[in-house]
Design a protein around this ligand. Structure first.
Ligand code: NAD
Length: 339
């Protein structure tokens, strides 16, 4: 059993913690929380052990939430810490993980140099084998990498251009905007996503731009891939349909929006409406010689969860195929048509 602690129990942390609880070879030691909010109350109801910074323990006790110990105590009990604290806070925690000789998985909001390797299961799982520190790339980068590495089975990729329509905030965030505007991401050409893809696929010719949209449901990417040689639409569709962690929304379903994709997830009974797969719209797939254009949606709150679970196994020397298939099975991740 790999003993896992999750530090930072927000959008990503709570999903990773629950995913860890579903793994046959992992045990969740507990989660690190800084404030006794609704998420802490729910965690307690779910039987998850809560650890807090020493100076916050009183706050938790006043709220009637039992604290098992400090964050330091939690780290001591774990083999690996998944750090899901806000952007940049993970780097501040790294000295604690290092001082206790613990492995750590960081998130995409950290700078790449926080870890030995940036990680994407379908692209470079093997580079994570035996590592002490791994960074799982962001939601947008995870989707780009999964899709590009899958498409590279159809033909050699010459270059990638992508426009990223980013959700403005996660559904729970009440203080972020815009609420009535499309906003050019200030650092948008090239946006940081391309650079982040290059932390994994070092030699890929990729340029991305980004626009922030007033929605909380999902991101959407419009992807343009140029291959070295002609490709067929049939081969593209086949490889997309045959790779778990990518799903297709069929032409027949007439689904053409993120709202309908999320509604489908609700109707399918997916917990929290989560869709951990990249969701490719079949109608958007267009091939012209060696050029491919397609559009897919990305559920930002959950897409990186399977990669976090795989990163833990890669660190412990477990082979890619074994980890990816266990993760897919336990988390209900599919391939083929979502609808
Ligand atoms: P979040 O704000 O939802 O959750 C962060 C949690 O960490 C909160 O519960 C917060 O209270 C807690 N926290 C804050 N300071 C802390 C501290 N000093 N010690 C312990 N806990 C602390 O953030 P999130 O969206 O889950 O993002 C976490 C990481 O995941 C970031 O690196 C982010 O870039 C990355 N990420 C986010 C998304 C997304 O769409 N939300 C997707 C992929 C990756």
């Amino acid at each position: 059993m790999i003993r896992v602690a999750v530090n930072g129990y927000g959008t990503i942390g709570k999903r990773v913690a629950e995913a860890v609880m579903l793994q046959p070879d992992m045990q969740l030691i507990g989660v690190g929380k800084t404030s006794p909010n609704a998420e802490a109350i729910v965690a307690q109801r779910k039987g998850i052990r809560i650890f807090a910074p020493e100076d916050s323990v009183k706050k938790f006790e006043e709220s009637g939430i039992r604290v098992e110990g400090s964050i330091q105590d939690m780290v001591k009990l774990a083999d690996v810490v998944v750090d899901a604290t806000p952007n940049g806070v993970g780097a501040e925690y790294k000295p604690l993980y290092e001082s206790q000789g613990k492995r750590a998985v960081f998130q995409g909001g950290e700078k790449p140099n926080v870890a030995e390797v940036s990680f994407s299961s379908l692209c470079n799982y093997d580079e994570g084998i035996g590592r002490k520190y791994i960074r799982v790339v962001s939601c947008n980068t995870t989707a780009l990498l999964r899709t590009i590495c899958t498409l590279s089975k159809v033909g050699k990729v010459e270059k990638v251009r992508a426009t990223i329509i980013r959700r403005a905030a996660d559904p729970k965030e009440i203080k972020r905007g815009p609420i009535n505007s499309l906003v050019l991401d200030p650092a948008s050409v090239p946006s940081h996503h391309a650079k982040d893809v290059n932390t994994v696929l070092k030699d890929l010719n990729i340029i991305t731009t980004a626009v922030i949209a007033p929605t909380t449901l999902m991101h959407v990417h419009s992807l343009n891939v140029t291959f070295k040689e002609k490709v067929s639409k049939e081969d593209v569709i086949n490889v997309l349909l045959n790779t778990p962690r990518l799903v297709m929304v069929s032409s027949k379903s007439k689904v053409s929006s993120t709202a309908e994709v999320i509604e489908t997830a609700r109707d399918l009974g997916r917990a929290r409406n989560d869709i951990k797969e990249v969701v490719v719209f079949e109608d958007s797939v267009y091939v012209n010689g060696n050029e491919l254009i397609l559009t897919y949606a990305v559920h930002q709150e959950s897409i990186v969860v399977p990669e976090n679970v795989d990163a833990i196994r890669a660190m412990h020397g477990i082979p890619a195929e074994e980890s990816i298939s266990t993760t897919n099975k336990t988390l209900g991740i599919i391939g083929g048509y979502l609808i």
